[in-house]
Design a protein around this ligand. Structure first.
Ligand code: CUA
Length: 253
């Protein structure tokens, strides 16, 4: 649960691709540590080997430019492997190959100063039309009551409920400025940009409550722009869904 998720190490890995992201983080840290140690040893060696001594004149030796570039080529080869064998395939799996909508829970997430509005299509499975002119304190997404598919839509604020066992596919946008949807435990972070609808997906591997943070400085309330993702067992998720009142008719009359 969230209380114990943040310590000195990485937070809980709670999505299908979290381990893959962590591998990259560990690999880069290990490589940087190795380079730091090797350069440190080399530097100290040079300080001792070529220290000023009485009776020894400074002299210059030619070894050719190529020999001196060998360490750079080793680092370059490592970085090219990192890009082509790890980074690009991972990027493609996580950011490009989104799962099909029919196998996923589909939600629309709209960021605003300073909250996350989560839009579910309701029992008809269709998202209702939204009109910025209809946005109001009681209709945060501007759902259009004249659109029949909007009537059963569900809207939650700062609370995202999703099921375990299948991917969640989100369309992410913003009402005002650039925000960034960040769930550290899922290792997902994506900018929310006004006027754009950016697809984001993840599949949780654990039930529980996970923090949503805003990862883009967006105004005075940035630090307070927090929400929670609740990952439920599939049956429990269905129960939560049927308990929700339509956003346009919250009293359910
Ligand atoms: Cu929204 Cu920072």
């Amino acid at each position: 649960m969230t209380e114990s998720n943040y310590g000195w190490g990485l937070p809980t890995a709670a999505s299908t691709f979290a381990k893959e992201i962590d591998f990259g983080i560990y690999l880069i840290h290990a490589a940087m540590f190795a380079i730091f140690i090797l350069w440190g040893i080399f530097f100290v060696y040079l300080l001792i080997r070529y220290r000023a001594r009485p009776g020894v004149a400074a002299k210059h030796e030619e070894h050719g430019i190529l020999a001196s570039l060998i360490p750079d080529f080793i680092v370059l080869a490592f970085e090219l492997c990192l890009i082509f064998l790890y980074a690009i395939p991972s990027w493609s799996r996580i950011k490009v190959e989104t799962p099909g909508a029919q196998d996923s829970l589909t939600v629309e997430v709209t960021a605003e100063q300073f909250a996350w509005d989560i839009h579910y299509p309701g029992p008809d499975g269709k998202f209702g039309r939204r009109d910025p002119a209809l946005v109001h304190a009681s209709n945060v997404l501007g759902l259009d009551p004249n659109d029949p598919s909007a009537l059963d839509d569900i809207v939650t604020v700062n609370e995202m409920h999703i099921p375990l066992g299948r991917p969640t596919l989100m369309g992410l946008t913003s009402k005002d400025v650039i925000h960034s949807f960040f769930v550290p435990d899922f290792r997902i972070k994506q900018d929310a940009v006004p006027g754009m609808r950016i697809p984001v997906w993840f599949e949780p591997t654990k039930t529980g409550k996970f923090e949503i943070g805003c990862a883009q400085l967006c105004g005075f309330g940035h630090a307070l722009m927090r929400g929670d993702v609740f990952v439920h067992a599939p049956k429990e998720f269905e129960n939560w869904l049927v308990d929700q009142k339509p956003a346009l008719n919250p009293t359910g009359k």
